[in-house]
Design a protein around this ligand. Structure first.
Ligand code: NAI
Ligand code: MG
Length: 360
């Protein structure tokens, strides 16, 4: 049977950029004979409006069964005052948690045509193509004890950085697997100089490396890593790091390359019975209420997220290359949505026009 995809467009510009991904999926069916069973459902505020919660149980069940989930974005001013337990982002968090998506892949890729957009010098970022693998389900954001407690005559805020060996190991394995598909170069970042979890992290990653003798492994303290990312990012290929450092380093790396409207991501979990990993693909950006409903959104982040699905869920690496090459070409040809404008005299094209030129 065909591989299955669950599309969750969500709120704001989510449905607008996802409409372009649907066009791309149809193109693959018609022109490349790559068929997918596509279903669509609600998440975020859109789900709250219908079900009174940001992710219905039936939607959660469907997400567990399909080969890949594609998500647009959730949230918006209409939902800002809702109770925490039914806020749109809780829908997304529930998906990540129940699917146990422990490995978050964030590429930072600089398309030549956009190198001027970087906040760094062009020669530092031109041709950049790195991938940050961030552990997503453990570490200081989840560790117990946590809370604000009374201590003497004042309060103390506590979070706990906690990693088990198996949590480190599964994240490391996913990074090594990725390195094998790329340039066989992996840099692991922690702070083994001052953190116990960092010492264990380095030890476990080194142990896992024995199973991947072809991969060149290095270790770096995460603060130095932040500096190196800005100084000479092209020295890296795959970077593996924990939840907290990964949050910061991936945002930093993202801005090496320009607009939020360009950045895809993948969150992967354990392999399912068919060997494919549990997977959710989504653009890094949010629902952009300021431009929603105006046809201004850049669909590239969402389209590149589908390219990641082709590569990591459907074993269609060369078709993913094809899609990425198309994006590169339309940018080189000068097509720009509003968020990518800089040069004088270039007028922006709409969301659907951008989808059309990519397909063409
Ligand atoms: P945002 O990413 O939605 O927007 C930030 C800025 O970037 C805005 O000026 C927006 O117009 C622009 N932008 C974002 N994506 C773009 C695109 N594809 N094309 C052109 N311009 C784009 O972040 P913001 O404004 O902080 O949050 C807005 C809403 O989105 C909030 O409700 C927030 O909670 C939610 N959000 C959802 C996320 C998700 O679904 N994963 C992630 C981040 C925020
Ligand atoms: Mg962040």
């Amino acid at each position: 049977s065909n591989p299955s995809i669950l599309i969750l467009p969500g709120d704001g510009i989510g449905p607008e950029v996802m409409a372009e991904v649907r066009k791309v999926i149809s193109w693959y069916g018609e022109k490349r004979d790559l068929q997918f069973d596509v279903s669509e459902d609600l998440v975020g505020g859109a789900a709250y409006d219908v079900h009174g919660k940001p992710l219905a149980d039936e939607t959660m069940e469907k997400a567990q069964e399909v080969d890949a989930v594609l998500l647009g974005a959730v949230g918006g001013p209409k939902y800002d005052d809702l109770d925490f337990s039914v806020k749109p982002e809780r829908g997304l968090l529930r998906l990540r948690k129940e699917m146990d998506l422990y490995s978050n892949l964030r590429p930072a890729q600089c398309f030549d045509a956009l190198a001027d957009f970087s906040s760094l010098k062009k020669d530092i970022v031109a041709g950049l193509d790195i991938m940050i693998v961030r552990e997503l389900t453990s570490g200081v954001y989840f560790g117990e004890p946590r809370g604000i407690f009374e201590e003497g005559n004042e309060r103390v805020g506590i979070n706990t950085q906690r990693y088990t060996e198996s949590e480190i190991e599964r994240a490391a394995r996913s990074a090594f697997e990725l390195a094998m598909r790329r340039n066989k170069k992996l840099c692991s970042m922690e702070k083994a100089n001052v953190m116990e979890s960092g010492i264990l992290w380095r030890e476990v990653v080194t142990r896992v490396a024995a199973d991947y003798p072809e991969v060149e492994l290095s270790h770096m303290y995460a603060d130095n890593g932040a500096m190196q990312l800005v100084r000479a990012p092209k020295q890296f290929d795959v970077i593996l790091t924990d939840n907290l450092f990964g949050d910061i380093l991936s945002d930093c790396a993202a801005m090496l390359t320009g607009s939020l409207g360009m950045l895809p991501s993948a969150s992967l979990g354990a392999p399912m019975a068919n060997g494919r990993p549990k997977a959710l693909y989504e653009p890094v950006h949010g629902s952009a209420p300021d431009i929603a409903g105006q046809g201004k959104a850049n669909p590239i982040a969402c389209i590149l997220s589908f390219a990641m699905a082709l590569r990591y869920s459907f074993d269609q690496g060369s078709e993913a290359d094809r899609l990425e090459t198309a994006v590169e070409k339309v940018l080189a040809d000068g097509h720009r949505t509003g968020d990518l404008l800089g040069e004088e005299g270039v007028s922006p094209i709409s969301t659907s026009e951008m989808g059309d030129v990519i397909i063409a």
